[in-house]
Design a protein around this ligand. Structure first.
Ligand code: NAP
Length: 301
């Protein structure tokens, strides 16, 4: 029997494991994909207090290492559900069951798609949701980044170091992401902002050859020749399988406030998967600590 079963191996989940282990609790982190979470796709993290600059993958690997060295167990399995069972809860996966006294949901979010023609068909053939993973394949070529948040800005900056030309396409004429990056991008000769524009269609037979865009102000349709398009239009939660145990809001986020307490006693929610205003690395880490300490208190009651 684990004291704390953590579902999700991103920043929130791994921080929860560190706090759980340091409180003397037996913890396990169950991750369905790769440990590290979203931040592994960030080429450079510059807003985590105390660390001026670090790659997302180095940051998350350090976190995992720290949790494991403290004694946290890990399992790479897709969770299929949670149920109450006498003295505790049981986390169910396809092949196994993990009995736990408490559970922390730290499932994060997944990439939102644009939903335009050919997006799904050309994913992996020029359409990408991760510039740091796939950017190198586009060295010396012309690419587009879609989105106006911090991820899109960071992606455009990263790609500008390898690609001949980077078009940054945003549906409004103001960016949502950090001003400091916008300023740096404005000074780059190979970066061009394409504002108040939406993608109507991705063009290409075997791979991406271009985009059809729509200028929202004039209604004009125009084309851009690019061989890659990096889509960074935000994230959506993936909590459907927990809908029978915890309450979700209309957008699918787990209803929980700053105390990380959900509608189900002994189940806590940490990080981007819960209802919150600010989804940042710092707030994910903070949630991990809060949820783990709340779980310790629940176990002791
Ligand atoms: P985000 O902040 O939600 O931004 C999504 C962007 O995509 C927005 O500009 C939005 O436009 C646009 N968008 C949404 N749906 C669209 C659609 N259907 N078509 C076209 N454009 C669409 O997402 P994010 O940039 O991935 O960032 C998520 C969170 O992670 C944020 O809190 C961010 O600050 C944080 N983050 C932190 C770091 C770091 O280094 N610490 C790095 C990356 C991200 P509108 O602006 O018009 O809504």
């Amino acid at each position: 029997m684990y004291d704390i079963g953590i579902i999700g191996g991103g920043t929130a989940g791994m921080t929860a494991a560190i706090y759980g282990q340091r409180a003397g609790k037996k913890t396990i982190i169950i991750e369905g994909g790769a440990f590290g979470g979203q931040i592994t796709s960030s080429s450079n993290v510059e807003n985590y207090p105390g660390i001026a600059s670090v790659s997302g993958s180095e940051f998350s690997m350090n976190l995992l290492d720290q949790a494991v060295k403290l004694g946290a167990e890990t399992a790479m399995e897709q969770v299929t559900g949670i149920r109450e069972d006498g003295s505790g809860k049981v986390i169910e996966t396809a092949g196994k069951e993990y009995p736990c006294r408490s559970v922390i949901l730290a499932t994060g979010v997944t990439h939102r798609h644009l939903g335009v023609p050919n997006e799904e068909r050309l994913t992996g053939a020029g359409v990408s949701y991760c510039a740091t993973c796939d950017g190198m394949f586009f060295r010396g070529r012309d690419v587009a980044v879609v989105g106006g948040g911090s991820t899109a800005l960071q992606d455009a900056e990263f790609l500008s170091n390898y690609c001949r030309k980077v078009y940054l396409i945003h549906r409004r004429d103001e960016f949502r992401g950090e001003d400091s990056i916008v300023k740096r991008l404005s000074g780059k000769e190979n970066v061009e902002f394409v504002l108040s524009a939406t993608v109507k269609e991705i063009i290409g037979d075997q791979s991406v050859e271009g985009l059809t865009l729509n200028n929202k102000k004039t209604g004009e349709e125009f084309k851009l020749d690019v061989s890659g398009v990096f889509i960074a239009v935000g994230q959506i939660p993936k909590n459907e399988i927990f809908a029978d145990v915890v309450k979700l809001d209309g957008d699918g986020f787990i209803l929980a406030a700053e105390d990380c307490v959900t509608s189900h006693p002994g189940i806590f929610a940490a990080g981007d998967c819960r209802t919150k205003e600010v989804r940042q690395l710092t707030t994910a880490a903070a949630d991990g600590a809060v949820a783990a300490l709340a779980a310790c208190k629940f176990i002791a009651e």
